[in-house]
Ligand binder design. Structure first.
Ligand SMILES: [Zn+2]
Ligand SMILES: [Zn+2]
Length: 382
């Protein structure tokens, strides 16, 4: 059995033959099947199995399937590009309508089927809500793909896919970020708009982004930074019981500083001031001295009768308190020197990474259709 059905009717009187087919000449089933494989997030073997189970055993050959699939690739990639451009224009119009000129965004990147794989993709997400969008939209994206080489029987290598990345997998994130910046800089410059970018903690994007005039500031993601700090605290036999106490105070300070930044009536806190209250403020706070604590962070300030919860440092000597202070300093050190005072969160990028998984099964290495499957995720999401 095949997809298409042909019916021939011969007239007994005039001998005329009328043909009917469920396949329209504009949409051949073999072409639709190849498209279904892309949209459905499966490869040829998987699709073949799916069709066989429902009884369609006569299917396109491997070569035919792939040539039909190739017809889609460029068109889908182009559509996704247009979709991101539209979202970017709308985002710019959105902030301009509010009298602002800095576009808050977040960037993240993920590998195809395993870390340091041959393909990776990344997106820049606008942190605001746009009319007509269910999510924070993707305003730019890029993929980084290494060449794909196969070996002949005689051991000779030949290239079947060129890609756009010759360097190591570690440099892929930077390559993707640069591609994205390259795409949007002309648009930002024309609109006289700057960019704020939030990145997750592992990426030292400062080097990449510092020389780009459109980039106003790069921020670290609190969740990511927090995870690294918790890992450091857990390693300390001396202070590991203080993990919750430290993290609660640390995060509350970041939220308070970010809140003050948005509030026109409050003075914006610098990164150095934030770090000072997170370290010296916490040491004093746990020693029951709340003079450094911020109102938003410490309720003890206005309620001195309430007992300080354990663990604290009340019974500790000044020497031990200084050790705790040094410990905090080491834990809180951010090598990338990125600011935390922001409402930009990369959690929207993580949500998008799950959409990518619908189109790019992590078990499969889609070397040829990778960028198109990524483009489909963009189209679905935007
Ligand atoms: Zn007839
Ligand atoms: Zn306090």
């Amino acid at each position: 059995t095949s997809y298409n059905l042909q019916v021939k009717i011969k007239c007994k009187i005039c001998q005329g033959i009328t043909e009917y087919s469920n396949e329209s000449p504009n949409a051949q089933f073999s072409s639709l099947a190849a498209g279904a494989g892309l949209v459905g997030g499966v490869n040829r073997q998987q699709l073949q199995t799916i069709f066989s189970i429902i009884g369609i055993t006569a299917q396109s050959s491997k070569g035919h399937y792939h040539s039909k699939q190739n017809e889609y690739l460029e068109k889908i990639n182009k559509e996704a590009e247009i979709s991101a451009q539209i979202a970017l224009s709308k985002a710019i119009a959105h902030i301009k309508a509010k009298g602002e000129r800095v576009l808050p965004t977040s960037f993240d990147c993920s590998w195809s089927h395993c870390r340091n794989a041959n393909q990776a993709s990344g997106e820049l997400i606008f942190q605001g809500n746009l009319d007509g969008y269910n999510h924070k939209p993707v305003i730019a994206f890029a993929t980084s793909e290494k060449p794909r080489k196969l070996k002949k029987k005689n051991g000779e290598e030949y290239e079947v896919f060129h890609g756009n990345h010759e360097k190591t997998s570690r440099q892929m994130e930077h390559a993707i970020l640069l591609q994205i910046i390259e795409k949007i800089v002309p648009i930002l410059e024309a609109a006289d708009v700057l960019l704020d970018i939030g990145v997750d903690g592992d990426l030292n994007s400062n080097k990449t982004l510092n020389n780009i005039p459109c980039v106003s500031k790069v921020y670290a993601d609190l969740k990511h930074v927090g995870k690294n700090i918790m890992a450091k605290i857990a390693k300390s036999s001396m202070w590991k019981d203080y993990e919750n106490t430290i993290m609660t105070y640390y995060n509350s300070c970041v939220y308070a500083a970010s809140g003050r930044k948005l509030d026109e009536n409050k003075i914006t806190v610098s990164d150095a001031e934030l770090e000072k209250v997170q370290i010296d403020g916490l040491v004093a706070h746990l020693s029951d001295d709340h003079s450094l604590c911020w109102d938003e962070v410490c309720w003890r300030k206005d309620n001195p009768d309430i007992q300080l919860k354990a663990p604290h440092l009340k019974e500790y000597t000044p020497n031990q308190r200084e050790k705790f202070r040094q410990f905090l300093k080491e834990c809180f050190y951010i090598s990338t020197k990125q600011s935390l005072i922001t409402h930009i969160r990369t959690s929207y990028n993580e949500a998008f990474n799950r959409v990518k998984l619908c189109f790019q099964d992590k078990k499969i290495d889609y070397w040829k259709t990778y960028s198109t499957r990524h483009a489909l995720a963009i189209l679905q999401y935007n």
